[in-house]
Write a protein that binds this ligand. Structure first.
Ligand code: HEM
Length: 192
């Protein structure tokens, strides 16, 4: 059941990207990036996003690979790797969240000073990523406390697993949208 959910989740992420390309063809959504921010902040933001991205890929591979190929949960060194890269991912994601939360606030028409290159789909994904990351980290830390009986433990593990699939879909779509908007806005700033 969980194996099929991983496959459906990954297919859904790809479908969302294809739909987005079809619906928003030819730069309809492009905008110019806001004027330069402090270059040190810019560097820290880029570093936190790249680290979070890289360690998310390592965490997702450690989590999904074993289940997709062997149909069983990861064990041994793969589990240890999962714990380590998972912690680094959450730390980098927290830094990225602190640095860029203000650029993802919902402005509802009041566009004063808003970053025009960040649109509604990215904002929804951004807060969805934060919410599912919080849910899955709380679930697994409660699990690791070993205070609950096996039934609740299993429920917590399932919450961690399935929010991991939701997190993967949203991180894939968010990354695709940010990349697309950055490319479109750099093209636009060259033509202006
Ligand atoms: C602080 C970071 C993390 C810790 C400490 C952690 C810990 C764990 C532990 C202990 C398990 C095994 C649970 C069990 O079967 O008893 C597990 C499973 C899992 N984790 Fe994480 N995890 C972390 C981050 C992540 C992230 C970021 C993802 C997102 C992809 C993720 C996805 C999964 C999945 C999908 C499973 C289930 C694997 C399976 O049953 O096939 N984890 N995690």
């Amino acid at each position: 059941m969980f194996r099929i959910s991983i496959i459906i989740g990954l297919l859904l992420a790809v479908l969302l990207m294809v739909l987005d390309v079809i619906l928003f063809r030819g730069g309809k959504q492009s905008a110019i990036a806001p004027p330069g921010r402090n270059r040190w902040i810019k560097l820290l933001v880029t570093l936190s996003y790249l680290t979070a991205g890289l360690f998310f890929i390592l965490t997702a591979i450690s989590a999904f690979f074993h289940r997709l190929i062997f149909g069983e949960a990861m064990t041994g060194y793969l589990m240890v790797l999962h714990l380590i890269v998972g912690m680094v991912f959450f730390t980098a994601a927290t830094a990225a969240f602190i640095f860029t939360a203000n650029r993802h606030v919902f402005t509802f028409g009041n566009r004063m000073g808003a970053d025009e290159t960040i649109r509604m789909p990215e904002k929804i994904c951004f807060w969805g990523i934060i919410t599912s990351a919080l849910i899955m980290s709380i679930a697994i830390f409660l699990c690791m406390l070993k205070t609950f009986d096996s039934e609740i433990h299993q429920v917590l593990v399932n919450i961690h697993r399935y929010s991991g699939v939701v997190l993967a879909i949203m991180i894939m779509f968010y990354s695709y949208r940010r990349l697309r908007m950055t490319i479109l806005s750099s093209k636009k700033s060259k033509t202006v």
